[in-house]
Design a protein around this ligand. Structure first.
Ligand code: NAI
Ligand code: MG
Length: 365
C-alpha cells in the first residue's frame, strides 16, 4: 500500500552523542510509521556532516549542502562540535550555516517537567507548570558580524570586534511569533527579556518594538525583564513564566538554565523554524554533543525524542506528536531513566520503553 503521507527527512546526527540520541529518535519515528498502518512514511536520508567530515574534507558540510537539504520536508539534527575542531568553526560551519541560510528565525524551546524526574526547583509544587522560550534565531549576538585585526602589532595587541545586529524587522517578527503563541495558551502572557540598560542601541530598539507590537495584542498580558533578574526569576518564581521571548544569546543561556531546572540538559527539545516554510525547518535537542559522555550509550534521548515530536507537529501530525509526548511521560513515570536524571538505564533502553508505550497507546486508542 502506498503511504498517504510521505515525508522526506534529512537526518544529520553530527558529533558526539548526536548519533546516539538521533538513533533513539529514529526508532520512535519508525514506531509512528508502524502505528499509522501504512498511512505515514518517513523517507530518511542521512548526511555524514560534522567534525570527522571536516577533518577529511576541510569543511563541515558539502559545498552544495544547503542545496541538497532544500528539498526536504524537515531536518532532524543531533549536535555538532568535538575537540578535534575549534567550536566556532564547527558551529558556524554546520548548525548556524543551516539556521541562517534557511532563515530559521524562530527557535522554540519548551521548558517542560516530566513525571518521575525530580526537577531542581526548591518549590516542587510548580512542577506541573511549563513555559516556552522563543529565541530570536537569525541575528542578535549571533549575527556573525565583526572581525579581528592588528595582530601585526605583536603579541597581546590584537583587537576583536563582535557586533550584535538588531533589525526592526527581525525584532518584530519574533516578538509577533511570541504573542501569537501566547494566544494559544491558557494564561496569555509574554515576557520580553533584554539587557537594554547596558545595551543601549539594539536592545532599546527591541524594547520599543515590543511595546509597539504589544498594542496589537490587548488580550495578552506583558512584562519586560532584564536578563540578570530573569535568571533569578527562573529559579525563584518560574510559575510567572508562560512565553518568554529574547535575543539569540540570552535565550540560548536561559534555555540551558530551564533545561537544567527540569532535571537535565538532556531533556529539552527545540525547533528551528522558518515560519514562512520557504525552507525546511530543523529539529534538535537544546544540548550539545556532550563529549564527556559520548560513546558510552548513556545519553538521555528525551531531548531528541521531544524534538522529533515537535517535528511531527510541524509536519501536521499533531495527534502523533501528542502520542510521542505521552509515551515519553509514561516511560519517565515508570522509572525508565538515564543516569543524568538519577536512573541506570541506557539511551537505547529508554528509547525502547518509549517505543513500547507508543505501540501500546495505539492499541488502546
Ligand atoms: P553540552 O550540552 O554538550 O554538555 C553540557 C553537559 O550536559 C555535559 O556534562 C553533558 O554530559 C551534559 N549533557 C548534555 N546532553 C546530555 C544528554 N543528552 N544526556 C545526558 N547528559 C547530557 O555542552 P558543552 O559541553 O558546552 O558543549 C560540547 C560541544 O557541543 C561543544 O563542541 C559545543 O560547541 C557543542 N554544542 C553544540 C550545540 C548544537 O549542536 N546545537 C549546542 C551546544 C553546544
Ligand atoms: Mg545552547
Amino acid at each position: 500500500m502506498n503511504a498517504k503521507k510521505t515525508f522526506k527527512l534529512a537526518v544529520i546526527p553530527g558529533d558526539g552523542i548526536g548519533s546516539e540520541v538521533i538513533d533513539a529518535g529514529m526508532k520512535v519515528l519508525k514506531q509512528v510509521e508502524v502505528n499509522s498502518q501504512g498511512e505515514i512514511k518517513f523517507e530518511s536520508v542521512y548526511f555524514p556532516w560534522g567534525c570527522d567530515y571536516y577533518l577529511e574534507n576541510g569543511k563541515m558540510m558539502a559545498d552544495d549542502g544547503l542545496d541538497q537539504l532544500k528539498s526536504f520536508d524537515a531536518i532532524y539534527f543531533g549536535a555538532v562540535g568535538y575537540s578535534n575542531v575549534p567550536d566556532h568553526v564547527s558551529l558556524w560551519g554546520l548548525r548556524l550555516n543551516i539556521c541562517q541560510n534557511f532563515d530559521q528565525w524562530a527557535n522554540i524551546r519548551p521548558v517542560r517537567f516530566y513525571k518521575g524526574i525530580p526537577g531542581k526547583l526548591a518549590n516542587r509544587s510548580i512542577e506541573d507548570h511549563d513555559w516556552v522560550l522563543i529565541r530570536e534565531n537569525s541575528e542578535g549576538e549571533y549575527a556573525g558580524l565583526g572581525g579581528r585585526n592588528l595582530s601585526g602589532r605583536g603579541l597581546g595587541k590584537e583587537v576583536a570586534i563582535q557586533s550584535a545586529l538588531f533589525t526592526e524587522e527581525g525584532c518584530e517578527r519574533i516578538i509577533r511569533y511570541a504573542f501569537d503563541l501566547a494566544r494559544t495558551r491558557k494564561r496569555k502572557r509574554v515576557t520580553s527579556v533584554t539587557k537594554s540598560n547596558a545595551q543601549q542601541y539594539g536592545m532599546v530598539l527591541w524594547d520599543e518594538v515590543f511595546a509597539r507590537v504589544s498594542k496589537d495584542y490587548p488580550d495578552v498580558e506583558t512584562n519586560q525583564w532584564l536578563v540578570d533578574a530573569m535568571a533569578a526569576q527562573f529559579i525563584l518564581h518560574p510559575e510567572e513564566l508562560e512565553v518568554v521571548v529574547a535575543s539569540n544569546l540570552i535565550a540560548d543561556i536561559l534555555s540551558d538554565l530551564g533545561s537544567a531546572l527540569t532535571g537535565s540538559l538532556g531533556l529539552a527539545p527545540s525547533a528551528n523554524i522558518n515560519p514562512e516554510r520557504r525552507f525546511p525547518s530543523m529539529f534538535e535537542s537544546v544540548h550539545g554533543s556532550a563529549p564527556d559522555i559520548a560513546g558510552q550509550g548513556i545519553a538521555n534521548p528525551i531531548g531528541a525524542i521531544g524534538s522529533a515530536a515537535m517535528m511531527l507537529e510541524h509536519l501536521g501530525l499533531k495527534e502523533e506528536s501528542n502520542d510521542v509526548m505521552r509515551a515519553i511521560e509514561e516511560a519517565t513515570s515508570k522509572g525508565f531513566l538515564t543516569r543524568d536524571v538519577g536512573g541506570t538505564n541506557s539511551t537505547i533502553e529508554v528509547a525502547e520503553a518509549i517505543v513500547e508505550n507508543l505501540s501500546k497507546n495505539k492499541v488502546e486508542n
